[in-house]
Write a protein that binds this ligand. Structure first.
Ligand code: SF4
Ligand code: SF4
Length: 344
């Protein structure tokens, strides 16, 4: 990182994420309601194992291999499931038959995929089924392949906070950024002929308000802050306790969204007893998702959990529980309703 630059980051605690989709909807309500962005969900929450969003994104390529930029597939609208049309006019504006209750339903072509299509399917065999929820946004990578690939200079990584931003007046819609992003977190707006992605709720941050996904999370699962803020939870979880790890570090872009990995339940043995020495979520799956550092992260979490169960104190457990919810938000604790401009 160049001298004098800073990096904002987020940590999602996957042991607290309840898959409620509030983060996804909070983001949707703010940023992607116009024509052309109707199918875009900059924050998605998928069930793992599963095909994710866009469908099968992990096989689409991108990122770096041996330091070389790789161009993979630029996902299209259909890969994300398209934008669905609903019978809003009948349900909400009285255009249906009078006196009849009309359920909300998709109209027109019936979808065969969507942003959360395989929710809760997961893997494993009964009674040892398993899954966890995985919220994903743009990772505001330290080595952003999207910036590297953009032929028109529309994308920039800001020095003051590390956020990757796009100048839509410069974007030519070549979609090279989407081909290069290995996380497939860039969407194409056909109406405007530009690509679009999460910008960390920059207009909110400028007023001291946390990103909508973090602030609205009812599970208290999302931490925000600068990685070099030694008093902040993000720095402590990532750099000190090392219990928060990035997804697919092998993609080579150095992501800045981190995850406290899921511990999950223990498996049930054939005689009905609980096998407390093993986890239902396979270690191989977690290593494939989060790299080899995930094992040390899980071991630390287990040790600290055991400490509290035996009546001891754990700074780490207290931090993860977040008794005071504003402790999740670093320096971005301003309540948006107190502002004159609308960033809520
Ligand atoms: S709002 Fe929080 S708990 Fe709900 S899906 Fe998002 S991260 Fe998980
Ligand atoms: S996640 Fe993708 S779009 Fe976001 S900064 Fe990294 S490479 Fe770029």
């Amino acid at each position: 990182m160049p001298e004098g630059s800073r990096q904002l980051a987020m940590v999602f605690d996957l042991n607290k994420c309840i898959g409620c989709q509030t983060c996804a909807v909070a983001c949707k309500m703010l940023w992607t309601r116009d024509e052309g962005s109707d199918y875009q969900w900059w924050c998605t929450v998928n069930t793992v194992p599963g095909k994710g969003s866009p469908k099968d994104w992990e096989s689409m390529g991108g990122g770096y291999e041996n330091g070389e930029l790789i161009l993979g597939k630029a996902p299209d609208r259909e890969d994300f499931g398209g934008g669905w049309d609903f019978n809003y006019n009948e349900v909400f504006y009285g255009e249906g038959p009078p006196g009849k209750k009309i359920p909300l339903r998709v109209v027109g072509e019936q979808p065969t995929w969507g942003p959360n299509w395989d929710e809760d399917q997961g893997g494993g065999q009964y009674p040892n089924n398993y899954y966890y929820y995985l919220p994903r946004t743009c990772n505001h990578c330290s080595k952003p392949a999207c910036v590297d690939a953009c032929p028109s200079g529309a994308l920039k990584k800001r020095q003051e906070d590390g956020i990757v931003v796009r100048d839509e007046s410069v974007c030519t819609g070549s979609r090279q950024c989407a081909a290069a992003c290995p996380y497939k977190k860039i969407y194409f707006n056909e109406q405007r002929g530009v690509s679009q992605q999460c910008m960390f709720c920059l207009p909110r941050l400028e007023d001291g308000v946390a990103p909508a996904c973090a602030r609205q999370c009812p599970g208290r699962a999302v931490f925000v802050g600068f990685l070099d803020d030694k008093d902040g939870p993000v720095h402590k979880l990532v750099n000190e306790w090392k219990v928060a790890v990035a997804q697919h570090p092998e993609y080579g872009t150095e992501p800045n969204i981190f995850y406290v990995p899921p511990i999950g339940p223990h498996p049930i043995a054939e005689d009905g007893s609980v096998d407390e020495n093993r986890h239902r979520i396979p270690d191989e799956l977690l290593e494939e998702q989060f790299g080899p550092d995930v094992h040390e992260a899980l071991a630390t979490l287990q040790t600290e959990m055991s400490k509290t169960r035996e009546g001891g104190k754990s700074e780490l457990m207290d931090m993860l529980i977040a008794y005071k919810w504003t402790s999740l938000l670093g320096e971005f604790t301003v309540d948006p309703v107190t502002l004159e401009k609308d960033v809520s």
